[in-house]
Write a protein that binds this ligand. Structure first.
Ligand code: AMP
Length: 362
């Protein structure tokens, strides 16, 4: 099949790399020829032609996207003639924190208490209802902790509201969590579901730095609960492709933070760490192929993000069971430039390897 991807970043790049062995062809929409996907398929450059999407549609049998910030109107238009997966409901819901939380409530999936905020007065009311500490977040377009303000006391109301620049926001009660986890799953066109194990995510300054897969000491009941939430969401949205949910593990159980209708940074370990990677499974799902086995290939895996500077990659290349993935991006502060995957047969081996990669971790 010919697969069109809206976007041309590292996710598109890794989707294409996993899809070529399945005999698919790829096309991307993007703004320049130096994006991570540029040399991996046809580029339908946005700046060349106002009708660029038309050319991508003409090329593609099926279309997917890299980001939940993709324009829903464009997806609706494309879908009149060419299937787009995940579908409109998944995209529309996940690109707005308020719509996402409304769906969690509707499906009895636990999440932090929240109130939508459109004015300074709304914020005052929300603080009263939710109480502090709480986090004020922009309703849309947030990523890597951007567009967020941690409120500890009511004297911060003006600062917090000014920080939002007047855009629609959401105040969320602060969750006292033990760990941050995520669950990645894939649903096929024929309603088949497959789940990866829960993984643990460690962030620094709002950016994911390290994923441990599977998360250690997870009670099978906790995995089951997370899969139940996931299945409910996949079915409700009639989702096709990979879906990611980010969760907080608390003393009183799992609390869902947010979801993404796409392959996710916390699933990059699956390239070498699972029988079928999240990328291949997304491609299988949207092209109507049977889903691949998600079982881990090793007892332990980890993923270390390469952020801002490429760093001493020779260290990585000289280590056994360690794999370098670079995205062909220029160095820039806080930019995701690549990642390192580690596989190991014991926790000791895994942590020894992570320790050797200290140059890549804050
Ligand atoms: P998000 O953009 O929603 O993923 O938030 C970025 C990071 O902020 C998360 O990974 C958490 O570390 C933290 N965070 C977000 N929401 C909450 C919350 N309601 N309570 C506590 N910490 C949070």
């Amino acid at each position: 099949m010919k697969i069109g991807i809206l976007g041309a970043g590292q996710l598109g790049r890794m989707l294409a790399i996993s899809g070529y062995p399945l005999n698919h062809k790829f096309g991307f929409s993007g703004n320049s020829n130096d994006e991570p996907s540029s040399l991996l398929g046809h580029m339908f450059a946005l700046e060349d032609d106002a009708d660029n999407i038309k050319h991508l549609i003409e090329f593609a049998d099926v279309i997917t996207y890299e980001s939940e910030n993709t324009d829903v109107e464009i997806v609706r238009e494309i879908n009149k003639n060419t299937p787009v997966y995940p579908g409109e409901k998944s995209l529309f819901t996940t690109q707005h924190r308020g719509r996402e939380k409304t769906l969690f409530d509707q499906l009895n999936i636990p999440c932090a208490p929240y109130q939508m905020v459109n004015s300074r007065q709304d914020l005052i009311d929300a603080v009263e209802k939710i109480s502090l500490p709480a986090i004020l977040k922009t309703a849309t377009d947030g990523y890597d902790g951007k567009g967020q303000f941690l409120m500890k006391d009511a004297s911060q109301i003006d600062d917090a509201w000014e920080n939002m620049n007047g855009v629609e926001s959401i105040l969320e009660g602060f969750v006292d969590f033990k760990r941050e986890l995520s669950l990645i799953a894939v649903r096929g066109i024929d309603n088949d579901h497959k789940y990866y194990p829960l993984v643990e995510n460690i962030h620094h300054d709002g950016i994911l730095r390290l994923t441990i897969a599977p998360a250690q000491e997870i009670d099978p009941e906790v995995q089951k609960t997370a899969e139940h939430y996931m299945q409910t969401l996949l079915d409700e949205m009639n989702h096709v492709g990979v879906l990611t949910i980010e969760l907080f593990e608390t003393d009183s159980g799992l609390v869902v933070n947010e979801m993404a209708p796409r392959v996710h940074n916390s699933g990059h370990w699956s390239i070498e760490g699972a029988n079928t990677s999240q990328f291949e499974n997304h491609i299988r799902a949207i092209s109507g192929m049977p889903l691949g086995d998600t079982t881990p290939t090793n007892e332990f895996s980890a993923m270390v993000n390469i952020i801002g500077k490429i760093g001493p990659t020779d260290i990585v290349l000289n280590m056994p069971n360690t794999h370098l993935h670079l995205y062909d991006k220029q160095e820039r502060t806080d930019r995701k430039l690549g990642h390192i995957n580690i596989t190991a047969s014991s926790a000791e081996e895994l942590y020894n390897s992570i320790n050797k990669l200290q140059d890549f971790l804050p």
